[in-house]
Ligand binder design. Sequence first.
Ligand code: ADP
Ligand code: MG
Length: 158
Amino acid sequence: PPYPILLEGTVQRGYGRGSKDLGCPTANLPDESLPDMADKVEPGVYYGYAQVLPSQENESKLRPEDHQVWPMAMSLGWNPFYKNERMSAEVHIMHDFPDDFYGHHMKVVVLGYVRPQLDYTSREALIEDIETDKKVALTSMARPAYQTYTSHTFFHSN
Ligand code: ADP
Ligand code: MG
């Protein structure tokens, strides 16, 4: 089985395609962090855990609790910027951060698959599906067998 899949990298600036407007900001992982996963799995929405590490170089208002391990929902898709030759990974962390964390190191443990990538005809339909994705992720991550991953050494070593 491919899971868990471990990914990490510096949070990149995206196209700012208004995911904050959709109520769902997504932290983008660098493309270099991906080949590992693109080989193993298909595009779609996944769930798991993520952790944003403290950063000395980047000013932000993050508090100690913001650096815990939180449930996440991730979209893995083809990146149009690279003529769809590369995958891109965008991670929505289920936690209310007081500030952006661009430039911070992020660790992600992918634990399961939610659904394939779909085309949406309306913004409302997309927003509705994103809400469903978040519920699926939260429900899954509440299971004791998954919660053990919050103490995975990956999250607790440098
Ligand atoms: P971009 O196109 O630059 O990725 P987004 O609108 O998707 O813009 O916003 C993503 C940024 O929002 C992240 O890089 C991060 O700094 C910030 N952010 C704040 N809260 C969250 C969250 N709960 N999950 C993911 N990113 C968040
Ligand atoms: Mg984004």
